[in-house]
Design a protein around this ligand. Structure first.
Ligand code: UD1
Length: 395
């Protein structure tokens, strides 16, 4: 069996890694004839958003790097499609696996569908119900095209059924990001980052921001920074800055008080801006934090699993289980709400730990088993040099 994995951007790598680890385990025990090919589209290309993650997660160098880079969403999607089509045709995979909701995910999904190659979507069914969010379109279209929809929480299954997806294609397998977190726990727990920054024995907060809706609007970004400055009078705020956010903060012309874009030891309360961190250092910092404020999707899940209070600076979440079972609260971006909610967290005991169902570190094993079983059940044939599904309308 041959699987092609497609990665594009930072949040993809920790979702693909556990599936590759699962395949390696099967190969070591010689229980399965299975090979994989890794294609990186290059949507994210900065070493801080790419190399360090591949290295730390033990991912092999990509078999193909498409070098697509930055551009408008239409440009990114079109470039990935054009560059990935000949690779899908020459590699002839039994299945293409895409993860998450970035532009590269959608582009690879569309290409696989056009070539009639079976498609698996990991993290299917998540919905924010906010069509202004670029990822929402990517999620909906990718799910519509997929043959295997691997969902990480109950809401995913419910959303897909409501959209009329065939229940036979939906598999509730758990959360691959939690696999990565669990399986590399010993490594990130031994990170020295908190000692190096003088944070081992004190309360601190971690902030990440990168959503266009938060950082591309000058007023919103300034308002959030003002609220963070208030919180930073009580505890230091560690802020690894995404490249998109850095550009916008620079445009704010130094009007973000206390922002220091340099590494170093934390000496006082204030906002400490850092370069983007690697996976292990970031997880070590999050695990030890008193509070996390973020607009990321994945960090809502990681804080749930680590039992760290999380305030999500958005008006919705596509991951409701982090609110019902986890530590997450959706609070929007008004400075008053941010300050008030942060104060509530800092003055409350830590919440009870209640991990969501199947967030047990075994999601990737389930996915690989289902794909292997599917390979036995779904025949394939070649037509005009293109792999076609024997099941479905293309025959
Ligand atoms: C993308 C994903 C988002 C994901 C996020 C994680 C889409 C639609 N969005 O958003 O779902 O949560 O990644 O990081 O796919 N840039 C660099 N270096 C890089 C990559 C980007 O400087 O390596 C700059 C680009 O010039 C661009 C900006 O960052 O201006 C945004 O990059 P882009 O890939 O468009 O979207 P993200 O905001 O990173």
């Amino acid at each position: 069996m041959k699987i092609v994995f497609v990665s594009g951007a930072r949040p993809n790598y920790m979702k693909i890694a556990p599936m590759i680890w699962a395949i390696r385990r099967l190969k070591q025990r010689a229980v399965a004839d299975i090979q994989f090919v890794l294609i990186h589209t290059g949507q994210h290309y900065d070493p801080q958003l790419f190399d360090v993650f591949f290295r730390e997660l033990g991912l092999p160098p990509p078999d193909y790097s498409l070098g697509v880079g930055s551009g408008s969403h239409v440009y990114q999607i079109a470039e990935v499609m054009e560059r990935i089509e000949p690779l899908f045709q020459s590699e002839r995979p039994d299945v293409v696996v895409v993860v998450g909701d970035v532009n590269s995910t959608l582009a690879a999904a569309l290409t696989a569908a056009k070539l009639g190659i079976p498609l698996a979507h990991v993290e299917a069914g998540l919905r924010s119900f906010d069509r202004m969010m670029p990822e929402e379109t990517n999620r909906i279209v990718t799910d519509t095209l997929s043959d295997y929809l691997f969902v990480s929480e109950e809401s995913g299954k419910e959303n897909l059924l409501r959209e009329g997806i065939d229940p036979g294609k939906i598999f509730f397998v758990g959360n691959v990001m939690i696999d990565s977190l669990q399986q590399s726990r010993l490594v990130w727990e031994s990170s020295k980052v908190r000692d190096d920054m003088g944070l081992r024995h004190r309360d601190y907060g971690v902030v990440t921001l990168h959503r266009p809706s938060n950082v591309d609007n000058r007023d919103t970004l300034q308002a959030v920074m003002n609220a963070l400055s208030v919180i930073a009078k009580d505890i230091p705020i560690i802020f690894p800055v995404h490249p998109r956010t850095r550009k916008q903060l620079e445009l704010l012309n130094g009007s973000a008080p206390n922002l220091r874009l340099r590494n170093g030891r934390i000496e006082a309360d204030g906002i400490y801006g850092l370069e983007p961190l690697g996976y292990h250092e970031f997880m070590a910092l999050v695990a030890g934090a008193r509070i996390v404020l973020t607009d990321s999707g994945g960090i809502q899940e990681e804080t749930t699993f680590l039992n760290v209070p999380c305030l999500t600076l958005r008006h919705n979440t596509e991951r409701p289980v982090t609110v019902t079972h986890g530590t997450n609260r959706i609070i929007g971006t008004s400075p008053a709400a941010i300050v008030e909610e942060a104060s509530r967290v800092l003055n409350s005991p830590r919440p009870e730990f209640c991990p969501p169902p199947l967030w047990d570190g075994k999601a990737a094993d389930r996915i690989v088993s289902i794909l292997m079983a599917g390979r036995r059940n779904v025949g394939h044939k070649l037509f005009n040099g293109i792999l076609l599904k024997a099941r479905g309308s293309v025959t």
